[in-house]
Write a protein that binds this ligand. Structure first.
Ligand code: HEC
Length: 322
């Protein structure tokens, strides 16, 4: 027993040794003038919050449209890994001969299994790699840091600077833990891992709904910033419909039974989205001045946004996901 344990400890030390030697060789482009490791910003209109975390790995937000994919091609990107819930735009990637791999994870951290898969993917697929989530701030940088450390590409203590530079919110405790607890993985475990990499992963229905909710809400926020145009009306209705459908499915336990507090939070979301939609109906009443109507829309938006945050804090962000 003791002999075995010692052997394991020795093997781990050896592996970590190899890991840091590798890191020193390969991350020269990430060393600043004082020799300190730093993610290197890639300034781009097309790729949100993009950073070279390692010479072979660019972390960032979702590539939107042909120009974004063209930029990835120009950068020589050979593989795109998405950890986001949105269905990847595989056609745009395919057209440019870029491979897409979909390995989504939540905001509650990355499971051991998923981290092994992401690590194997960055180790084995053609490089350089673009690894993205939605905005490139929370899940993507976490996955990039954890996988680079797990693959032995970066030293174990590089996670905090990666997350800080990308602007990862410390409230996502599970994400922070995943990145800061990452250690070099046994290459054999990666060799032996059987995984079928797919360009589009199947996701639990709640994630699909949330992705749709997020898209509509994003559009509404842009609209709000620009002082409200008519398109907000259709989006308000769409948002309400998404909440209604989720509420119906959840109250019937279609996706399993959740706590009453979750149902309550969902009901409040539905109410807030209903309020927003009702404000648009009032718009038809020309006798109400615009400023009053806009104030009503803004108040409803605030309630919706508070509801998103409240439910996520309670049910999404604080578990460790292991
Ligand atoms: C009643 C609770 C609740 C409300 C309200 C809610 N969400 Fe969520 N949301 C969740 C849960 C739970 C998850 C995580 C699901 C999982 O990972 O299994 C989630 C996940 C997400 C995700 C991540 C999807 C992915 O790619 O993994 C986004 C984006 C999101 N929500 C946006 C929103 C927005 C925007 C709002 C408000 C307009 C909102 N949510 C309101 C419970 C809620």
């Amino acid at each position: 027993m003791i002999g075995n344990a010692r052997w394991v400890a020795c093997a781990v030390t050896l592996l970590m040794g190899i890991g840091s030697a590798d890191a020193q060789n390969s991350n020269t482009s990430n060393l600043d003038s004082s020799g300190t490791y730093r993610p290197r910003a890639h300034t781009s209109e097309m790729l949100p919050n993009a950073y070279w975390v390692h010479k072979d790995l660019l972390s960032g937000g979702m590539p939107h449209g042909p120009d974004a994919f063209e930029e990835l091609r120009r950068l020589g990107i050979k593989t795109i890994i998405s950890v986001d819930g949105i269905k990847p735009d595989i056609d745009s990637a395919k057209r440019l001969g870029i491979r897409y791999v979909h390995l989504p994870h939540g905001y509650d951290g990355i499971s051991k299994k998923r981290l092994l898969e992401i690590t194997k993917a960055i180790r084995d697929f053609d490089k350089p790699i673009y690894l993205h989530c939605h905005h490139g701030k929370h899940r993507g940088p976490t996955a990039a840091a954890a996988a680079c450390i797990s693959a032995g590409w970066l030293p174990s203590d590089s996670a905090p600077i990666i997350l800080k530079t990308a602007g990862t919110n410390p409230a996502f405790k599970g994400l922070i833990e995943t990145a800061t607890n990452a250690i070099p993985l046994d290459p054999k475990a990666l060799d032996e891992l059987r995984v079928e990499f797919v360009p589009v992963a199947e996701l639990p229905p709640i994630i699909e709904t949330m992705v749709a909710v997020d898209e509509v809400f994003d559009r509404l926020q842009v609209n709000q910033k620009q002082g409200w145009s008519q398109s907000g009306r259709a989006d308000a209705l769409l948002l309400k419909e998404h909440f209604m459908e989720l509420h119906r499915a959840e109250s019937q336990g279609v996706h399993g039974i959740r706590q009453p507090e979750f149902q309550e939070s969902l009901r409040q979301g539905l109410d807030a989205a209903g309020l927003l939609e009702m404000q648009w109906t009032k718009m038809e009443n020309a006798s109400t001045p615009d400023t009053v109507l806009h104030q009503g829309l803004n108040d409803a938006m605030k309630r919706i946004s508070q509801n998103c945050t409240q439910c996520h804090t309670q049910f999404r962000d604080n578990s460790t996901g292991q």
